[in-house]
Design a protein. Structure first.
Length: 351
């Protein structure tokens, strides 16, 4: 009788290959269960892969625009808050100026001067507001502090020095000279007129502002941009600075009541223009805020459409994938058990 050699190696190898294949498929299915899309999109979609790549690119662009719109919204909100502070300071100064009508008491004039100085400080702080490391009212010069502090003492600010020089040049004496009592309303009106020409002309940027006239623009959609800030060179801010400086420097001088009324009337007029101008800038930014909101609505709709299209092309039935994973886990468990038993097969166990 002839006997042949019997080996279980082929059985072991076959089982090992089955286990390896099942493990690979299970890893793929687990990934698909988590992501909700095919693990190898290119292999499944073939020629349609280019289309899904284009959809992904468009989706990323829309999501990027939505993210930048969030920053634009915050920038606009911060600008509105600062402009609101300016408007409030201007209205408070206006009330002080109106209340000064007919007042000659030195103490009351000094108190009014202090209140107007506080309004100027508030205005300066608001004009130098920043967001995310950039100054809001510097235009495109967003890394430069836009508004100079009038009350800077060491060295004296350019604006203060320019005012003192202008007063001395026009009248021939300084504000501290007793001769101020002889200034007539007509002379004061002439001086205020010359100041206005300086504030509304190139002297403004030489003495007060470092801002650019060009405002920041932000893209909010593929085809739309909005103004996302304003700058300290607008007429409203110039008039506010002029009105506050007149109140700060001239109302408490020892001038006649008629001359003081000339100063007060001019300051009230400028503050009225300032309030109108600042509120106008707030309205412009409000329109930008509305446009950003509308753009986000459109972007959300486009993102939904693109996401749905991508899911239709790349998506899988996650329930089916999870069920398949469970089945494979059971098969692997059985395969491990069989492999272990096959490895233990030996004639020595039966001799």
């Amino acid at each position: 009788m002839k006997t042949s050699f019997v080996s279980n190696m082929s059985l072991q190898n076959a089982m090992r290959l089955t286990v390896a294949k099942a493990q690979t498929e299970m890893l793929q299915l687990q990934e698909e269960t988590v992501t909700g899309r095919h693990a190898d999109v290119g292999a499944v979609l073939g020629a349609k892969t280019a289309r899904t790549l284009n959809l992904h690119r468009d989706l990323q662009r829309m999501e990027s625009l939505k993210s930048t719109n969030a920053l634009t919204t915050q920038r606009l909100a911060a600008s509105q808050e600062a402009l609101g502070q300016m408007s409030t300071a201007a209205n408070d100064a206006m009330e002080v100026l109106i209340a000064l009508s007919g007042i000659t008491s030195a103490d009351q004039l000094a108190l009014a001067q202090k209140n107007i100085g506080n309004a100027l400080s508030t205005f300066t702080a608001a004009a130098n507001s920043s967001f995310s490391g950039e100054y809001l009212f510097a235009g495109i010069n967003s890394d430069v502090m836009p508004f100079k502090d009038y009350f800077q003492e060491s060295p004296v600010s350019d604006a203060k020095a320019a005012f003192d020089d202008a007063f001395l040049t026009h009248f021939g004496f300084s504000q501290a000279d007793a001769a101020v009592a002889n200034i007539t309303p007509a002379q004061m009106q002439s001086f205020i007129g010359s100041l206005e020409a300086g504030f509304m002309g190139p002297d403004w940027q030489a003495n007060w502002s470092n801002a650019s006239d060009e405002n920041m623009q932000s893209r909010i959609s593929a085809s739309e941009t909005v103004q996302s800030s304003t700058n300290t060179n607008t007429d409203g801010m110039r008039y506010m600075a002029l009105g506050l400086v007149l109140g700060q420097e001239l109302l408490a001088l020892g001038v006649s009541e008629a001359t003081r009324k000339t100063v007060s009337d001019a300051a009230i007029d400028y503050m009225g223009r300032a309030i109108s101008g600042i509120d106008g800038e707030r309205s412009k930014l409000g329109i930008s805020e509305s446009r950003v909101t509308q753009a986000n609505v459109s972007l959300n709709a486009q993102i939904t459409i693109l996401s749905t299209s991508i899911k239709d092309m790349e998506g899988i039935d996650t329930y089916e994938a999870a069920t398949r994973v469970t089945t494979l886990e059971s098969q692997l468990s059985l395969a491990y058990t069989l492999t272990s038993r096959i490895q233990n097969l030996s004639l020595l166990n039966y001799l």
